[in-house]
Write a protein that binds this ligand. Structure first.
Ligand code: SF4
Length: 292
């Protein structure tokens, strides 16, 4: 729970505030950009919600915040409960953003896919009774796809609860040594008809992305939408191997997708051709051709 005595001075006066425990994970700024903004190494409230829609989004941010750094002077219990019940939040076509980001994965996003042949969880949120019940209602979890070693969070508890198969790349297996399925090497592995696990080493040795229906790319920390550039981005820091990262980004030029759903950073939906063009621009920007 956020602590009023730790309220950051940068917050504008009013009901919502961020305290000094914020880890600058960006989640609140994505969910409620009308209310939260980045200020130095923290998020802060720059505008108090001015409509029911903005208030609802601010409560969603408060709930999703991995470290409980967002608080209210006076809590509207009714709106809070409605916001809590809005997770997992539908994205499109049976794909959900789960919410309840976990501090164990530095606030990374996790996603859920409802599918007639078995549901998937992509990376892990906090383990909460409310989410267990929500997943039960949606039909349980058959697979848990782990994009890389940093974002496993509570995957083991969810796997035990639902008898799910955890999938991780062998090179990141130290984060989940008892996983049920390991991917090895660099070849694409089609786990089910519409689900392709694509090894994309770079950020870590065992980073992978999951391509679903040739539409939805669950990209972990390999690729995301950069809000400032309005372009796709890929890691510059915390890179295990830059050469491998370059090859892994270029490898995705062979795939078709119109959604990028990352662990960190913004999700984005663009027409497939536009998405491909932004990926090509990313490659040119990061790895410009050398002139002789
Ligand atoms: S969601 Fe919480 S931890 Fe993340 S930036 Fe916002 S206030 Fe900080």
């Amino acid at each position: 729970m956020a602590n009023l005595s730790k309220r950051l001075e940068t917050n504008i006066e009013g009901n919502f505030f961020v305290d000094s425990t914020c880890i600058d994970c960006d989640t609140c700024r994505q969910l409620a950009p009308e209310t939260f903004i980045e200020n130095g190494e923290y998020s802060t409230v720059f505008h108090q919600p001015g409509s029911a829609h903005e208030e609802f989004a601010a409560y969603q941010a408060l709930i999703a915040c991995p470290v409980g750094s967002i608080g209210t002077v006076t809590k509207d219990s009714e709106v809070f409960s409605e916001a809590q019940a809005s997770f997992p939040m539908p994205v499109e076509d049976g794909v959900y953003y789960v919410g309840f980001n976990s501090e164990k994965s530095f606030g990374a996003h996790s996603y859920f896919i409802q599918h007639p042949e078995g549901n998937w969880l992509i990376d892990s949120p906090r383990y909460l009774k409310q989410l267990v019940q929500a997943f039960e209602k949606l039909g349980g979890i058959r697979y848990i796809f782990l994009s890389h070693e940093d974002d496993v969070a509570e995957a083991t508890r969810y796997a035990k609860t639902f008898g799910a198969t955890r999938i991780i790349h062998q090179a990141d297996s130290s984060a989940m040594p008892d996983a049920e399925k390991f991917i090895s090497g660099s070849d694409v592995v089609q786990v089910e008809r519409e689900f392709a696990c694509i090894p994309t080493p770079g950020h870590t040795a065992g980073s992978m992305v999951l391509l679903y229906k040739n539409r939805f790319l669950f990209s972990g920390d390999h690729l995301w939408w950069d809000r400032d550039l309005q372009q796709l981005g890929t890691p510059k820091n915390l890179v295990w191997d830059n050469t491998q990262l370059e090859q892994s980004v270029k490898k995705l030029l062979n795939s078709s997708f119109d959604w990028v759903l990352p662990g960190h950073g913004e999700r984005m939906n663009l027409p497939t051709s536009e998405m491909k063009s932004t990926l090509e621009q990313l490659v040119k920007r990061r790895w410009p051709p050398t002139r002789l």
